[in-house]
Write a protein that binds this ligand. Structure first.
Ligand code: COA
Length: 473
């Protein structure tokens, strides 16, 4: 299959300069855009390096949002150099520690495939190292509190002057506006981005979700911005600033709720349970419990073992096109034609009754039995998988989504590998670096400092911990 595609693609460009290494391709028939394309590789797919080979990242990130982004870039082949404060490092190294003396899982699971150098960015010799890093890197990624980078002297103007090709990518809590100076963590972003007000049950308080949509979600957004900026740089030759505000990232993920906000002006949201229950709507998108966001009624239902087993549940969607098989499966074949149940509109006021009947059926089966029976007739359902079940799921191990990694201090642990699979850029998961593990090799091999210069920098104290600096508990 891969070979076929290659052949076909190879035949396409009628090269005018086929002998040359670089051939010019008309990217569009109208000739508006032209792209320089290298000669097509004849190596097997997956054997010609990685997507971001040759890209070097000055990784000034910490905690979760920034490290998520740079970990993805590292998985795609970028050389990610994590700059950490001497003696302390990324604060998460010492947070939620489970194995005494080892970097926490919080840190290890967000910093794979990176190298670590310790530099005091406020020390003159540290600045010298940072300047050299700026000159040798393509992208600086940071998620410091607003103004922190400027306070280090690393303003956009300064960086752009040193290296006009450098892309400076930042995560901040809020974009420009009244809250731009605020420090922000995950749940603050979930609340400010509209997720919390629309999550939970109508009669309960707003809820945050377990998925880290503020931190990891914004890291993902930033990674896309960086890759796009790198692509644009191929044409313009210059770097640019990339900013992802966590509030914006969360709102982007919660956009269906802003959709519903506007629909409210035209009447009630009929797919929300509260419509069928006769509860009036207010002036803002309400919390919808476990209703589905896609317009098809859905609920989480008990299966065999619930509620003693907290995860013996299944998400069940009564999608209109599969109403007939649902009726057959649950033993209510007359509901297929009974005008009280036959149409989605007729069902809306009876969703509680309908789901109660479906639940009677699901409670006689395990969630996996329900899944098998439903999928056999194309009814979409989602078993509520515990983290234990996910960790043990062999198919996720096979795809590299759940990976076992060995670490010299903590030993073996599980992590989530690259969720984005590419056929010609295969990700491997390498353990996270120890604090400052690569300081020497980066100074020597990347920054090309001579031995006497390295000695001078080291002796200055710019790369080592001040006396008796305590690690964060
Ligand atoms: N050498 C010397 N100083 C360093 C350093 C280094 N290598 N690395 C960091 N520092 C300093 C910074 O310069 C800053 O000093 P300053 O306040 O004197 O300017 C200080 O460390 C603290 O940085 P800061 O980013 O303010 O950390 P914090 O722990 O106070 O705040 C956050 C943490 C996450 C709240 C904040 O960084 C933030 O709001 N970031 C943007 C949003 C974000 O990404 N949030 C989610 C995180 S998952």
């Amino acid at each position: 299959m891969a070979k076929k595609t290659k052949k076909k693609a190879a035949a396409k460009p009628k090269t005018k300069a086929s002998s040359k290494k670089v051939v010019k391709l008309a990217a569009k028939k109208n000739g508006a855009a032209k792209a320089s394309m290298p000669k097509m590789s004849n190596k097997p797919f997956g054997k010609d390096g990685k997507a971001l080979d040759g890209v070097r990242i000055l990784d000034f990130t910490h905690v979760q949002s920034g490290p998520t982004c740079t970990q993805l870039l590292a998985w795609f082949g970028a050389d990610v150099i994590k700059v950490e404060r001497p003696g302390v490092g990324d604060i998460t190294r010492g947070q939620l520690v489970d194995v005494k003396g080892a970097d926490s899982l919080y840190f290890t699971m967000l910093n794979h495939n990176k190298r670590s150098i310790t530099v005091d960015s406020k020390h003159a010799q540290g600045k010298r190292v940072l300047d050299a890093l700026i000159k040798h890197c393509d992208v600086l990624v940071e998620n410091f509190a607003p103004g922190a980078l400027d306070r280090m002297g690393l303003t956009w103007d300064y960086i752009h002057k040193l290296n006009p090709r450098m892309i400076v990518a930042s995560v901040k809590g809020f974009g420009p506006g009244p809250y731009e100076d605020c420090k922000v963590y995950e749940n603050v972003a979930q609340c400010a981005g509209g997720s919390a007000s629309t999550t939970g049950f109508r009669d309960g308080p707003p809820l945050v979700t377990g998925a880290q949509i503020g931190d990891s979600g914004t890291g993902l957004h930033l990674a896309l911005g960086i890759v796009s900026a790198l692509y644009q740089r191929n044409r313009t030759g210059r770097g640019q600033k990339v900013l992802c505000a966590m509030q914006d990232g969360v709102l982007n993920l919660a956009r269906v709720k802003l959709r519903d906000q506007q629909r409210l002006a035209h009447g009630p949201l009929t797919e929300y349970s509260q419509y069928g229950e006769g509860v009036p709507f207010g002036d803002a998108t309400p919390r919808a419990g476990n209703d589905s966001g896609g317009g098809q009624p859905g609920r989480i239902l008990k299966c065999k073992g619930a509620p003693q087993d907290p995860n013996a549940y299944i998400y069940f969607i009564t999608q209109a096109p599969v109403w007939a098989p649902i009726c057959d499966l649950i033993g209510e074949p007359t509901w297929k034609t009974d005008p009280e149940f036959a149409t989605p509109k007729a069902r809306l006021p009876k969703l509680n009754q309908i789901f109660a009947r479906i639940e009677e059926w699901t409670m006689t089966k395990t969630k996996f039995e329900v899944m098998n029976l439903c999928n056999a007739v194309d009814i979409p359902v989602g078993p509520i998988l515990s983290m234990k079940e996910i960790a043990e799921e062999q198919s996720l191990r096979k795809t590299g989504t759940v990976v076992e990694v060995d670490h010299p201090v903590r030993g073996k642990y599980l992590t989530v590998g690259n969720p984005i699979k590419m056929s010609d850029s295969i990700s491997d998961v390498k353990r996270s670096p120890l604090l400052g593990e690569h300081t020497d090799e980066i100074l020597k091999d990347v920054l090309k400092f001579k031995a006497n210069e390295i000695a001078e920098i080291k002796n200055s104290g710019a790369l080592s911990a001040p006396e008796k600096k305590e690690k964060a508990a």
